[in-house]
Design a protein around this ligand. Structure first.
Ligand SMILES: [Zn+2]
Length: 1015
């Protein structure tokens, strides 16, 4: 699945030349891989470079055979010591611990080492005793299995009053479905459907009950082994069950048939009805499905857990004016009379229920054969000519993945369908990928950045056909295996297949976003125990997708591209058709490492604990001490001080920071070479999921180096320094003055990634100040932003621009400039708008500037009305969305009230756009409080449209609350969500909202004075 709002941050393209230089750099050596003598140390307390799999980049080719020695000596020369530190152990950490037996001046007295050693032994003894005396199941993933016989007596009551024979949210494992025969008759006039399902199942353990899922359907009749059977239903758990008098025999196949009816869903999951207005102004209807994660049970009774894979034969009855599509190719169509036809589809491959899909609609398509797969892109007839880009793109990506995974896509067809009224970004149903129109269709008005989005979503969903569909996570706790991987593959494949789309800057900004989320105490481990439907829904968040992708990138950088790919292929081949958990992936990757590396040991530190490490660099003379601790923005709130990570550390220094000079550096075999070191930059190109604090001296050295020459570091590293220093300032480790000191270097910066990162961070502060209505400070901040970026803003072109990177930079700069009312910007925008309007839209506005231009125009009454008309009639979805954002940027309160209401009731603005409307309204102080009131007043309606925990609801909560920074608002937010109880008070995003407001308050308390002084 592709949650839509993930593309909110401006895409950040890259400098290709600079990057490919690094990409191909032959002298970047993975020492960890080459150092068999350095096993990962299992000692949890003392962290040493040997065990940390230190990765030194920049060795010369000539040095390869000596690299172990080089590594050892370089670490020794640097006098590096590594130590894990928790925030509660700062003082202990101050007495640093050096790596073993260094043979030079960087060593530390051995007495100190002994003290630490003894301490370690004592701690180990304590831990051992603790483990020995605490019941084993405390540490098992699922805790103690409740075998208490009294629970057997706590069977809930089924809706008919009888006892329901099962007591868990998870289904019993005694029966496993093998095959489903599903027949559905949707009625698009009455908005209902009839269905029948025959489920063949095999008994794995003798039992006298069968329990499966079903939600909100009326069961007409049912048979078990062709005999009438009574179905019990327990609605709260969305389960039905049958009890049989004779024990079902192990290994036997049984058949349960159920005939039922239901309404088409009017939320956006299950089998739901969707509608749109065509170019003739006529409302058209269609039916489509969205089952992930738990909504297949709304369309047919089934064993709705990902591990219950089975095959499916689907038959759909439709009227002549529609076509029907499903996962598999159509086998035949049978006329049923009365203008009805039944389409039957081939028997499917074995798959999880959440991947089943069908669509009944009036659609047009374009097709093409790609290595024995018929690939088609479908859209409503009005938009057929916008499908070609997607077809070409999916063809290229399918060939790429077939080659990359060494497993050919297993179905003979692949359909991509643009659904007019669709909530997620896209859904990877096997063979029938469904999309929002914005994420699939490319028209005349689309810019290269729009193409970047469409390509990303296609690449993501296509990767799922292997990661997710072929090999599936066993349960939703490991959702990241699906989503993290698909997200990683999305960036990786685009970089390979479409280098012109400059995708790696986008991936960099995604890693920054994941760090920001994961720095909150309300974050969660990648693998998190989940149970209820709400908890499952919440897993679809930034952590599963973006952190998942980030740690895979880090792993790839550590193992090498080749080994990583080999491990992935091994994993897919071994588990093809099966279900897995994180461990299985680590095992496959470990297997291909040579020398053998225990990938699980390293990666478990990243998947089973939340958050990420802050590496602190302390230099005393020539000695460099490194410490790690859990980075939490609000350290007072931290719940766990003992988290440790195995960090594959990388660095460059002033002596070795690009390929040519690096080759010489390690010719220095004696210590003096590194004594000259002026600065060090860790986390080379920001491939690792950690941030670094260089200490006052270290930051100063880096700032001086950058002021002298920005090119001493790759642009990813410059962006990372900006990102890290803001995060450190937010957690009060670095003063805001120091942040401003770093930003001084920006006057020489020309690259997109660092400039947009700085702009994003400053915009964030601006928005907080703006929402406090502190007018004087707001105007000073505006002046400051113009001081840093003003010249760059004024020098941007307003003509067509072909480089995605330049487009991303100028759209970010000009959006801010016009938003802050810079006359140069608003005048140009007005000029383009007038041209566009008077030429009846034949005078084109560059796609990346469209939103900015229209947002300026939307501030006048006349402009707003023109845009409303454009919104209603545009058939180009990207233009339509940008127009909608412009409409929502109005400062006119009456219009704000209207637009919020229209998007909620879905009449003039489709409801899936509501989260976007709200986030846009919230950018401006005029609408911010209105949006918050709107959410409070309409909470019940909102949760009917967007289920509790779902991504749209997470987005709405964060948009409307994350810019508060006063105690009054904190109280109000706490009070409101506290009053919701089961309607949402426990959502993780609510905790995130409250934590964020508290952080904002603290930041203001600490920095308002600085801002007055320094801005
Ligand atoms: Zn996905």
């Amino acid at each position: 699945e592709f949650p839509f709002m993930f593309f909110k941050r401006a895409p950040l393209p890259r400098n290709m030349i600079e990057n490919s230089m690094f990409e191909e750099e032959p002298d970047v050596v993975d020492l960890a891989k080459e150092s068999p003598s350095y096993p990962i140390d299992s000692d949890d307390v003392v962290y040493e470079p040997r065990s940390s799999r230190l990765l030194v980049r920049g060795l010369g080719e000539n040095d390869l055979d000596e690299e172990e020695e080089d590594y050892e000596s370089s670490a020794r020369l640097l006098g590096m010591s590594f130590m894990n530190r928790s925030s509660s152990q700062r003082s202990a950490a101050a007495s640093s611990y050096t790596r073993q037996q260094p043979s030079n001046s960087c060593s530390v007295p051995s007495a100190k080492k002994m003290v630490v050693g003894i301490l370690v032994l004592v701690i180990i003894a304590f831990v051992a005793m603790f483990i020995y005396f605490v019941p084993r199941c405390t540490f098992s993933k699922d805790g103690c299995q409740k075998t208490n016989s009294s629970i057997e007596q706590l069977y809930p009551k089924a809706s008919n009053g009888e006892l329901f024979p099962w007591t868990g949210l998870r289904l019993p494992a005694s029966v496993h479905p093998v095959h489903y025969e599903i027949s559905l008759q949707p009625n698009l006039t009455a908005m209902t459907f009839q269905g029948s399902v025959a489920i063949s199942m095999v008994v794995l353990q003798e039992t006298n009950k069968i329990v499966l899922h079903s939600y909100d359907m009326k069961i007409i009749n049912s048979t078990f082994q062709d005999e009438k059977v009574n179905i019990l239903e327990y609605k709260p758990w969305q389960q039905i069950a049958i009890k049989v008098s004779k024990e079902l025999k192990k290994g036997e196949i049984y058949v349960l048939k159920i005939h039922y009816s239901a309404n088409l869903s009017n939320s956006y999951d299950g089998l739901y009805n969707s509608s749109y207005i065509d170019t003739n102004g006529k409302r058209r209807v269609l039916a489509a499905t969205q089952f992930e994660p738990l909504a297949a049970r709304k369309a047919f009774p089934c064993f709705d857990e990902p591990a219950f894979k089975a095959s499916f034969v689907i038959k759909i009855t439709r009227e002549a004016e529609y076509i029907s599509l499903s996962n598999m190719p159509k086998v035949k169509t049978t006329p049923l009379g009365d203008g009805l036809f039944e389409d039957e589809f081939e028997k499917s491959v074995n798959m999880s229920t959440y991947l089943v899909a069908f669509v009944v609609a009036n659609l047009s398509s374009v097709s093409k054969n790609v290595s024995n797969t018929l690939v088609s892109v479908y859209a409503v007839p009005d938009k057929k000519d916008q499908t070609h880009y997607a077809l070409e793109t999916v063809a290229k990506l399918l060939e790429f993945y077939n080659r990359f995974f060494e497993i050919t896509y297993p179905l003979s067809k692949l359909d991509l369908v643009g659904i007019p009224d669709f909530l997620a970004g896209a859904m990877e149903n096997w063979g029938l990928i469904t999309f929002r129109e914005t994420t699939l269709l490319i028209g005349d008005h689309s810019s290269p950045i729009d193409k970047q989005l469409v390509t990303s979503v296609i690449a993501h969903e296509l990767a799922h056909q292997w990661f997710g569909n072929l090999v599936t996570m066993r349960w939703w706790n490991d959702l990241w295996l699906n989503e993290g991987f698909a997200t990683y593959m999305q960036y990786m494949s685009i970089e390979e297949v479409f280098p012109e789309l400059d995708i790696d800057n986008e991936f960099l900004s995604v890693r920054f976003k994941a760090l920001a989320k994961d720095a909150l105490n309300s974050s969660h481990p990648l693998s998190t125990k989940v149970y209820t439907p709400e908890e499952v829904a919440e897993m679809f968040d930034s952590v599963s997708y973006e952190k998942g992708a980030s740690i895979l990138l880090m792993l790839k950088a550590t193992l090498s591209k080749v080994a990583f790919r080999k491990g992935v292929i091994e994993y897919l081949k071994r588990y093809r058709g099966l279900n897995t958990q994180s461990e299985d992936l680590w095992m496959s990757l470990s297997q291909v490492t040579n020398p053998h590396t225990d990938v699980a040991e390293m990666m478990n530190t990243w998947t089973v604990q939340k958050g990420f490490p802050l590496v602190t660099v302390n230099r005393t003379g020539i000695q460099v001490n490194l410490m790690q601790e859990h980075f939490v923005l609000n350290a007072d709130n931290a719940t766990d001080h003992s988290n440790l990570w195995h960090i594959p550390l990388t660095y460059v220094s002033d002596i070795c920071n690009n390929s040519s000079s690096c080759k010489q550096v390690f010719l220095f075999k004696d210590k003096t070479g590194l004594r000259c070191m002026k600065w060090l930059k860790f986390n080379y190109r920001s491939d690792g999921f950690y941030i670094v604090d260089y200490g006052e001296q270290g930051w100063r050295a880096l700032i001086i180096a950058l002021k002298e020459n920005v090119n001493v570091l790759p642009h990813e590293d410059r962006a990372a320094l900006i990102n890290n220093i803001f995060a450190l300032s937010r957690s009060d480790r670095v003063s805001f003055r120091q942040v401003l000191n770093l930003l001084v270097y920006l006057k020489n910066e020309t690259e997109t990634a660092p400039l947009t990162e700085a702009l994003t961070q400053l915009n964030h502060i601006f928005m907080l100040l703006d929402k406090r209505s502190d007018l004087l400070l707001v105007s000073r901040m505006t002046t400051y932003i113009f001081t840093v970026f003003g010249d760059l803003m004024d020098s941007q072109s307003w003509e067509e621009e072909s480089s995605v990177s330049k487009q991303a930079l100028r759209s970010a700069l000009l959006e801010t400039a016009c938003h802050l009312g810079r006359p140069n910007c608003t005048n140009q925008a007005n000029r383009l708008f007038v041209q566009w309007r008077t030429s009846n839209k034949t005078e084109h506005i560059p796609g990346d500037l469209l939103k900015t231009v229209l947002s300026v125009a939307a501030q006048t009454e006349k402009g707003w009305q023109v845009l409303l008309d454009t919104y209603k009639h545009s058939i180009y979805d990207s233009e339509k969305r940008k127009t909608l954002q412009a409409l929502a940027s109005t400062q006119d309160v009456r219009k704000i009230v209207w637009i919020l209401k229209a998007a909620l009731d879905g009449s003039e603005i489709q409801t899936p756009e509501l989260p976007l409307v709200i986030s846009t309204v919230c950018r401006h102080s005029a609408g911010y409080l209105h949006a918050w009131d709107f959410v409070k007043e309409n909470w019940d309606k909102l949760t009917q449209k967007f289920s509790i925990g779902s991504f749209p609801l997470q987005s709405i909560i964060m948009s409307t609350t994350s810019q508060f920074s006063t105690k009054t608002h904190l109280d109000e937010v706490e009070r409101f969500f506290g009053s919701l109880k089961e309607r949402g008070s426990k959502m993780r995003s609510v905790q995130e909202a409250i934590e964020t407001i508290k952080l904002n308050i603290q930041w203001m308390d600490r920095n308002l004075v600085t801002l007055w002084k320094w801005l």
